[in-house]
Design a protein around this ligand. Structure first.
Ligand SMILES: Nc1ncnc2c1ncn2[C@@H]1O[C@H](COP(=O)(O)OP(=O)(O)OP(=O)(O)O)[C@@H](O)[C@H]1O
Ligand SMILES: [Mg+2]
Length: 238
């Protein structure tokens, strides 16, 4: 299978301090689902943000390479990065409230993502958003017009997933997408991820500190070390 992601010897630090990620390597094949496990603070979110070049200004990518499909992510221009994000690869964050706009309806903010990447008309983008909402189990039209504060946390996470998927990326990064949810909602969202994996064959990097939730979801586990010896990151059988 062709590689979707190839990370080599990635080293990152914040504000000139000690590296939080050092010599990190990871490969993900097309359609493959990999779980990234590791304790709090070991650099999981840092890695997820780095993959799409979303690190904050005080982060320094000291060495290494990130290849996403055919692209060298450390060399692409800003305009190309905007095209890649959402269309070729998407990220879902732990707390959907952070990624949703509170003053825009759920459907409109999904349609906005479609507008950024898919040629067409407002009607066309709305249709893409409606289909994405239906795919995450929110097909009822009231969800299209709902504002984030009118939705439950599980529904908000579904909106964020629809937003990430609307342009049919080949690779999805999910950074602890269920850890802010109660147990029942977490189980429902995990089931949705499994369904999406079956229906879309999308490559997935699923970040968590809780291996108990991964059964049936991923093909492979990849562990980031405890007090961050990620050099020692090893694939584990799932
Ligand atoms: N913007 C930042 N500025 C400075 N240091 C940061 C910044 N973001 C993260 N860090 C530090 O980098 C280290 C790794 O953080 P990161 O958020 O990547 O860990 P994590 O594995 O995602 O943790 P968690 O499981 O709690 O989400 C931590 O020591 C953290 O304090
Ligand atoms: Mg994190």
């Amino acid at each position: 299978m062709a590689g979707v992601l190839e990370v080599r010897n990635l080293t990152i630090s914040y504000s000139g301090r000690e590296e939080v990620i050092k010599d990190f390597n990871l490969d993900i094949a097309a359609g493959e689902a990999v779980a990234l496990l590791g304790p709090s603070g070991c650099g999981k979110t840092t890695l997820a943000l780095a993959l799409l070049r979303l690190l904050p200004g005080n982060a320094r990518l000291l060495s290494g390479s990130i290849r996403l499909g055919e692209r060298d992510m450390l060399r692409v221009a800003a305009g190309t990065l905007r095209q890649i994000r959402g269309a070729e690869a998407s990220i879902i964050l732990q707390e959907p409230a952070l990624s949703l706009n509170p003053v825009m309806s759920a459907g409109d903010q999904i349609a906005e993502v479609a507008r950024a990447h898919i040629p067409g008309s407002p009607r066309n983008w709305r249709r893409h958003a409606e289909l994405a909402l239906a795919e995450v189990g929110l097909g009822d039209s009231r969800f299209y017009s709902a504002y984030p504060h009118q939705l439950s946390s599980g529904q908000r996470q579904r909106i964020a997933i629809a937003q990430a998927l609307v342009c049919k990326p080949q690779f999805l990064i999910a950074d602890e997408p269920t850890s802010a949810l109660d147990n029942k909602t977490q189980a429902e969202i995990l089931e949705l991820f499994k369904e999406l994996r079956r229906s879309r064959r999308i490559a997935l990097l699923f970040i968590t500190h809780n291996p108990a939730i991964l059964a049936g979801l991923v093909d492979r586990l990849w562990r980031m070390g405890g007090n961050w010896q990620a050099k020692t990151a090893k694939p584990l059988p799932c």
